[in-house]
Design a protein. Structure first.
Length: 202
């Protein structure tokens, strides 16, 4: 393999990993939306999914994913139900993050290997924005009596959709933005936790 082919192969690997990371992160905000977008793009011939995940572009899958996305998006705007969805999402979003990552990785790996890598990569990546989202919702519920939650939900809808679409257009840049956003959120939450901790000074 010459240097040009090797460079192209490495770049393809990096791009695919970046796509997997971005899709998994989007799944941490909305469990089914990234899979729905991937399925629609596959149906339109824009995104090529491996044979093992081509079912995402089938009409039955698109119908189920569309219904699940609609229910999640609508339910997240209703107080109390949004907390129930967050609790359930603690288990579902890492799973959908795994599927989304595996659907991207199947291009360059055997389907079983892609699924294992998707679990290793997608599940924790999806869990990070989910935890940040749940924490922010808790703060909003306490400080605004849940009045700001629907607005936050709309912002989360938009972020998940934007991340998913950009992941297919500029995957490396999108993954970098996702990682940067996760780091800044972690710093912010850590600083907030430190400011709320009782002072031990005499």
């Amino acid at each position: 393999m010459d240097q040009v082919s090797l460079g192209a192969s490495v770049f393809s690997w990096i791009g695919t990993l970046a796509l997997a990371i971005a899709l998994a992160a989007a799944a941490g905000l909305r469990a089914w939306l990234p899979l729905l977008v991937a399925g629609v793009l596959s149906k339109l011939g824009v995104a090529a999914l491996g044979a093992s995940f081509s079912w995402l572009g089938s009409w039955p899958a698109l119908g189920l994913l569309g219904g699940a996305t609609l229910l999640e998006v609508a339910g997240d705007k209703i107080p109390v139900i949004d907390h129930v969805l967050d609790a359930v999402g603690t288990f579902i979003r890492p799973l959908t993050g795994t599927l989304a990552a595996a659907a991207a990785l199947v291009h360059i790996q055997d389907p079983l290997v892609a699924l294992v890598l998707g679990l290793i990569l997608g599940a924790p990546v999806a869990l990070v924005p989910h935890v940040a989202k749940s924490t922010l919702r808790g703060v909003s519920t306490t400080t605004t009596a849940s009045l700001a939650n629907p607005l936050l939900s709309v912002i989360e809808d938009a972020l998940s959709l934007i991340i998913t679409v950009l992941a297919f257009v500029v995957p490396i840049l999108t993954a970098l933005l996702v990682v940067t956003g996760a780091w800044l959120t972690w710093r912010l939450l850590r600083r907030r936790r430190a400011s709320r901790a009782p002072s031990t000074a005499a």
